[in-house]
Design a protein around this ligand. Structure first.
Ligand code: C2O
Ligand code: CU
Length: 450
């Protein structure tokens, strides 16, 4: 049947009206192509002999702030896996914690993650199934969420810093559960990579370029001690959350496993980043700056401040105070703790491969450390009663500490401090030490938002 012109107009109008109806939604939610993320075995050519590693096909993802992204993870490994989006405030079911928020993705299977980040910034993603092995084998990547009103940087470089435990034939040492290491500072590596490439990393900039360095510690256990030789550089953001005012960066700073710092730097002369935790200094990154014809280089890079993310207002009051006692390890004072519902002495725990406790519990307790209603303000009374530093990480949340929002916090031995958490999306959220040897041997718990 032919449509008369009149009918045609009518049909078109209806169509247009129908498609106009949800327009405001569409405007905020452009259809994004699906990202296909594949976990697979590959080799790295760092040495004369190839090193077998596990790696995602895309170890550098970009997403848009506020826009839902579908990421289909396909597991080409021989073993199950999951992916956790470290620092993203996603819906709990998408958090990727094997055994808590999802069943692991079987070998050969796929899982669709639908994630939306309300925050722009520097995040990362990694396996959260048998993390002690899968992270050490290389299953991680950088996740950059771009915002709409961010200042322009001529150079924007994510740097995933990792130390690998290679044995003499260039292979990853397959002993992932060394009890001595687990009860001390964790297994450290000896081979430095940046973005899965042998270090040092080299970048090139022109004098006058605004440079954004996104530092991410993707090591399984090493707390990086960094020395930055970038004169005049500023700290812009910690763990993806912009500082309200950029701060002059100290020359020396630490970056625990999982932590991120965004650095803003106005390039004039070449700069370097060194790692000194091993005694000797290793060059992590070097930025060569060529002197162009730029007539004028502003002396104060004030325009580098990042716009804030939609973080909640911190209320004055606190509705719960929760002690978070870190105990155990070698030279610690842990006498007893609960493990799988039973109380054991420290030697009994150690014989079961458990060395660390949070508030009297080791391993994954049946009951959460605390329950909170969405929006509730909690004071976490952190107390590191061990002889080692730890980098605590909160899933799906940032805590307010040192005047900034942080999802990971390195606490020196003996340190006692309180931080604030505002209960976010409903669900079961992990808290653990991001030194994975410690997590795997007990330093892990969870809280529930209802
Ligand atoms: Cu980076 Cu539990 O994670
Ligand atoms: Cu620890």
């Amino acid at each position: 049947m032919n449509l008369t012109r009149r009918q045609w107009i009518k049909a078109t109008t209806q169509l247009t009206a129908a498609s106009l109806l949800p327009w405001p939604l569409w405007a905020n939610q452009p259809e994004l192509p699906m990202i296909s993320l594949q976990a697979r075995e590959t080799t790295a050519s760092w040495l004369e002999v190839p090193t077998p590693i596990w790696k995602y096909n895309q170890p550098m993802l970009r997403m848009q702030q506020g826009v839902t992204q579908l990421i289909r993870v396909t597991n080409h490994l021989q073993v199950p896996t999951t992916v956790h989006w470290h620092g993203l405030r996603v819906a709990n079911a998408m958090d990727g914690v094997s055994g808590l928020t999802q069943e692991p993705i079987a070998a050969g299977a796929s899982f669709d993650y639908e994630i939306m980040s309300p925050d722009a910034g520097t995040f990362w993603f990694h396996s959260h199934h048998n993390t002690i092995e899968q992270l050490a084998r290389g299953l991680y990547g950088a996740l950059v969420v771009t915002g709409n009103d961010e200042p322009l940087f001529e150079r924007d470089w994510p740097l995933l810093i990792d130390d690998w435990n290679l044995n003499t034939n260039g292979r990853i040492d397959s002993e992932f559960t060394n009890r001595h290491n687990q009860s001390h500072a964790g297994q450290l590596g000896t081979f430095l990579t940046i973005n899965h490439q042998r270090g040092p990393w080299l970048g090139q900039a022109k004098a006058g370029d605004r440079v954004r360095l996104r530092l991410i510690n993707s090591a399984t256990n090493r707390i990086l001690q960094l020395r930055a030789e970038f004169p005049g550089a500023l700290w812009l953001a910690k763990d993806g959350q912009p500082l309200s005012i950029p701060e002059p960066m100290p020359e020396m700073f630490i970056l625990g496993p999982g932590e991120r710092w965004d650095i803003g730097w106005l390039a004039r002369d070449s700069g370097r980043l060194l790692e000194v935790s091993g005694g000797a200094s290793l060059v992590v990154a070097e930025v060569e700056v060529s002197q162009g014809e730029k007539a004028y280089i502003p002396s104060y890079p004030g325009a580098m401040a990042l716009p804030g993310n939609p973080m909640p207002q911190l209320p004055v009051g606190v509705s719960q105070k929760v002690p978070v006692l870190l105990e155990g390890g070698a030279m610690g004072q842990l006498q007893t703790a609960q493990y799988q519902g039973e109380r054991y002495s420290f030697p009994e725990l150690a014989s079961q491969g458990q060395f660390w406790a949070i508030s009297g519990q080791t391993g994954m307790p049946k009951e959460p450390l605390f329950r909170a209603r969405q929006g509730e303000s909690i004071e976490l009374q952190l107390d590191n009663r061990t002889a080692f530093p730890h980098t605590l990480h909160w899933h799906g949340h940032h805590v307010w500490a040192d005047g900034r929002w942080q999802d990971s916090l390195t606490m020196p031995q003996g340190q006692k401090r309180s931080v604030r958490l505002l209960a976010g999306s409903p669900g079961k959220w992990l808290i653990h030490c991001h030194m994975i040897d410690h997590q795997a041997t007990g330093m892990m718990t969870w809280f529930e938002v209802v």
